[in-house]
Design a protein around this ligand. Structure first.
Ligand code: FE2
Length: 388
């Protein structure tokens, strides 16, 4: 949970008359999550956000998923998936279940419409590129290695300045900071690997005083629509509270290291229903004199682990490249590949960057991923790679 923020012009109390210079009333909007029970923000618009001219179907192609069957570890070279379109239409699903969809998007064009996801929060990881995410709450500049957290229901548009590649997690609920990093009041604890100051909020821009016909594409739970609204979505003069997009860059992540190998939960960044997110960033290795820097063999018996390789030397993995995704599935042990343990001995640091999500329901494989799968990956732990 981010902390309280306020920007722009606000009345002294909520839900009271707040007048424009011309004497008319600003239109207050409560943007609330989980009914009225969880995070919310109050926005003050020049004109009501409710003025709708038209609603029509959005016949958006739905990704086709197949079970991970036969159940095995997999490797997808997602950089080989052809890029297309903008930040939304260009999303190509790789893996998914009822809790989270994992997609990649590579794009160079700004969205020509506004977009609103009302299924759950989105967690966007910027692999490469720069640009900005704009919403009624302001402009949020992004750069490589940013996580962008976009709460459910925020209307937004992504404008790349440079060609951008993102890893996209569409979740089914709030993306939260793990409870273990917060004290009883919600403040980040002293032992947390990040700090409130590390989170960048949007910068409110001058309100767009414009009426006309504006397209908002709405992605709902099993239901999509294209709205045409009469008032520009970015006509906000002020907002406050806790529900807003924000950014966190991995350069600000202060990894927790130790005398012995630290398991992935030590590298946790965020969590959402049925999903736990981690980041592996440049860091010093374990300092026991006999420490083994690469991870031990691991059987994660009841969750699926999905690593996305960003940059650096992925010491424990054979055959992966930047943009690779590995799925280490429940039911199949994984670990360093032959030779990796010996090669790692004596190393004191790593420059690798990778991000991970663990899911607690089985992941299914999207059609686009099947086309870029390294079919031999599950045999990559053999001492001598098998020939087919
Ligand atoms: Fe693992």
């Amino acid at each position: 949970m981010p902390s309280y923020r306020a920007a722009g012009a606000l009345p002294p109390k909520r839900h009271i008359q707040f007048r424009r210079p011309d004497g008319g009333l600003y239109a207050e909007e409560l943007l609330s999550t989980q009914g009225f029970e969880s995070l919310y923000s109050l926005l003050y618009h020049l004109r009501p956000p409710t003025a709708t001219l038209d609603v029509r179907a959005w016949n958006r192609a739905r990704p086709q998923f197949a079970p991970n069957e036969p159940l095995r570890n997999r490797h997808f070279r997602t950089q080989r998936i052809a890029a297309q379109g903008d930040a939304i239409e260009g999303r190509i699903a790789v893996l998914g279940n009822a809790d989270v969809t994992i997609a990649v998007a590579e794009f160079e064009y700004p969205m020509s419409y506004f977009y609103r996801n009302v299924r759950g929060d989105e967690l966007l990881f910027v692999h490469r590129g720069s640009g900005y995410l704009e919403s009624p709450l302001g402009r949020l500049d992004y750069r490589a290695h940013d996580y962008l957290i976009v709460p459910v229901g925020i209307t937004y548009r992504i404008v790349p300045v440079e060609r951008t590649r993102m890893l996209v997690y569409e979740t089914s609920g709030p993306v939260q900071i793990p409870r273990k990093y917060r004290n009883e009041f919600g403040q980040l604890a002293e032992h947390a690997p990040y700090y409130e100051r590390d989170f960048r909020p949007p910068v409110l821009q001058s309100p767009v005083d414009d009426v006309g016909a504006f397209e908002v594409r709405v992605a709902g739970k099993e239901r999509n629509a294209i709205y045409t609204v009469a008032n520009h979505p970015y006509d906000v003069v002020g907002w406050d509270c806790y529900c807003y997009p924000y950014a966190f860059n991995l350069d600000e992540f202060a990894p927790i290291t130790g005398k012995l190998h630290q398991p992935p939960p030590a590298h946790a960044t965020f969590e959402s229903p049925g999903a736990a997110f981690c980041a592996f960033v440049p860091r010093l290795f374990d300092y026991h004199p006999l420490a083994i820097p690469v991870p031990y063999n691991h059987s994660s018996v009841d969750c699926d682990e999905v690593l996305y390789y960003v940059s650096g030397n992925f010491m424990s993995r054979r055959g992966v490249e930047e943009g690779s995704i590995t799925l280490h599935t429940a039911g199949a042990p994984h670990g360093p590949q032959p030779g990796a343990v010996e090669q790692s001995l004596g190393k004191t640091s790593t420059d690798e960057i990778a991000v991970m999500v663990d899911t607690f329901k089985p992941l299914h494989i999207a059609q686009a991923a099947s086309g870029v799968e390294d079919d031999e990956y599950y045999r990559s732990w053999l001492e001598v790679p098998a020939t087919t």
